[in-house]
Write a protein that binds this ligand. Sequence first.
Ligand SMILES: *Cc1c(COP(=O)(O)O)cnc(C)c1O
Length: 398
Amino acid sequence: MAEKLFTKDFTKQEPVCDEAIANALGVLKTGRLHRYNVSSGEKGDAALLEEEFAAYMGRKYCLACTSCGSAMHLALRSLGVGPGDTVLCNAFTLAPVPGAIENSGADIELVEILDDYTIDLDDLERKAGKAAWLMLSHMRGHITNMDRVMEICTTHGLTLIEDCAHTMGASWDGRKSGSFGKVACFSTQTYKHINSGEGGLLVTDDPDVISRAILHSGSYMLYDRHTSRPAMEVFEPLKTMVPNYSSRMDNLRAAILRPQLRTLDEQCARWNKRYKILEEGLNGIDGIRCPQRDPRESYVGSSIQFSLTGRDEDTIKAFLQGCMDRGVQLKWFGNKEPVGYTSDYSSWRYLGGHPALANTDRILRTMCDMRIPLTFSEEDCETIVDIIKRVAHAVLPQ
Ligand SMILES: *Cc1c(COP(=O)(O)O)cnc(C)c1O
């Protein structure tokens, strides 16, 4: 029997829904793409998206930005982070996260991770005295014990900022990811959970933080057009003191996102069906281990990670090549050279050479990653498992 190959594209998303396309056309036909190009009292799509996302999250305020990276930068600036400050961050994260911290002028202190890819909370506790801020990146959707995070933050006076680029729609112990931090930031970039090409959403309950973030985002003096904001008086002492970093979202992207937000939870359930098939299949293969997830973690399986624990570089490369030859594109966080999105902290050389993190190094060395686009059916996921199983049997020595 001929060996099965997989032919679908790992970077192909579903089209945006018809309602989003119709909304987008509506905005295009008016020509009023800029968020402040609305009459007084009229709510544009950007303002409506902010109201709707704040409501979805159960938070008071939301600001739509150009990207999650820009939202994180505004969050840090709005909290008063600047040169001379240190921000703690888990070492397994994506390049825009250390980039946002660098953009704020602060130094970064990276925290180790554990074998389940979440932040090492013991290491966080050891390092907590060095900083006043924690940027917690729920990288690839892995959520740590948030009860203990909150305890550590309270004990050590750390202000928490959450990077929820991969946890939109997820929760910890019944509470939404992004409702723990003083500020939380989300991405609406194509490979996240709702898709406007690029985009970011910042949420907070703090009137001072949101008014600063709105001003930083570049509201000119039109912040009255925001409807997810505190009273106008709050802006008065700030309006000439807060610089404009031009990070606004436009009405076109907001129009594309609003219908997608309404189906987000259904989409998350579809991702999880695929994730469960892959997780169960991969865990059944000798030499492959998906992380054990806490029952309190309600994640969104839009990608899957697994470890080839104890395998050397050559074996892992042979495994990845074997999968690739059969159409299964895996990423590898252990690559010495940054490739695609799989850079690690040693390739962020602008940090000036961060001290080595032994556990993070060991864990990343054998960590593989696979995107799960919703254009893959459940049968596709079974095919992928079969292919990986066959390659593992051939390449991973028992
Ligand atoms: C994608 C991503 C970001 C940044 O999102 P952008 O909208 O592309 O700036 C931040 N953190 C993580 C973990 C991500 O995956």
